[in-house]
Design a protein around this ligand. Structure first.
Ligand code: ZN
Length: 274
């Protein structure tokens, strides 16, 4: 009997271990290693073990040396901290220099970059943006973009960008924030023939925090299932929010254990080829 119980426990052990894995794709590393240490110490103090995290910095327009140095810094940090996945950045308005930097980053094994229409002050409809995103797709690099709807027409512009650059995988952070309802268009466009290439993923940093314990919580869960549970990724947006806070909000959502495990870890692992 004891032996059988042991076998049963063994059989379930991999599932239990998989459920505990955490991939936080949205961690701002503003101050190099100092930020990494602060992030990991905070998670540790909250009793959390981070399996993988996406370390982000934002490139500034015209500061090409600084951009390369900061991108390299993230890549070097990933050697010292095996949990760290570098998410470097370029500025789309740097044109050819941005494209060259993207090629260099691909050569160094980067699988995702972040660009931010609000922080970097660019217009998503500018032709330099799809040009950059197209090359990223060709290089196998996921393009993460802010989607907090701070900018008017944010989700609409991002939707059209994803349509214009169908072979690139996009990850839209915050899933539209309080305008997340917009993305329920996705199950509808999936019914079109030859139009939609289904190339959008989302992180639910901030939006899960806003929606948890609110009148719109059920709508967010409905949206997550509509865009696809396999398309949604956990994120904290550290230092704005701790991983424990983000995770606490996420755990309140009425999703199944299997769905939560995918969002906590597996979806990001697959998208970023980790
Ligand atoms: Zn952020």
């Amino acid at each position: 009997m004891k032996f059988q119980l042991g076998l049963i426990l063994l059989a379930f052990a991999p599932i239990a271990a998989a459920q505990q894995k955490l991939f936080d794709n949205h961690v701002h590393i503003w101050e190099g290693e100092k930020s990494v240490k602060e992030y990991l110490a905070q998670a540790d103090a909250d009793g959390l073990k981070v399996t993988r995290f996406g370390a982000i910095h934002m490139a500034r327009l015209g500061k090409l040396d600084e951009t390369r140095r900061k991108n390299d810094e993230l890549i070097e940090l990933s050697k010292k901290y095996p949990q760290l996945m570098p998410i470097p950045s370029v500025h789309p308005y740097d044109g050819q220099a941005a494209l060259a930097e993207l090629g260099r980053l691909a050569g160094r094994g980067v699988t995702a970059i972040k660009i931010h229409p609000h922080t970097q002050n660019f217009d998503v409809t500018d032709p330099r943006v799809p040009a950059l995103c197209k090359l990223a797709g060709e290089l196998g690099i996921v393009v993460m973009m802010d989607n907090a709807n701070i900018i008017p027409g944010d989700s609409e512009k991002l939707f059209n960008l994803a349509v214009a650059v169908p072979k690139t995988k996009f990850l839209f952070a915050h899933m539209g924030a309080l305008n997340f309802r917009f993305w329920n268009i996705i199950p509808l466009v999936r019914t079109t023939k030859g139009f939609w290439s289904d190339n959008i993923w989302f992180d639910i940093s901030a939006v899960a925090y806003i929606a948890a314990d609110s009148p719109i919580e059920a709508e967010l869960v409905w949206t997550i299932r509509n865009v696809g549970v396999d398309r949604v990724i956990l994120g904290s947006d550290f230092p704005q929010m701790s991983l424990a806070t983000a995770l606490g909000a996420f755990e309140k959502l009425d999703l199944t254990d299997e769905e939560k495990a995918r969002i906590r870890f597996e979806n990001a692992r697959q998208l970023f080829r980790q």
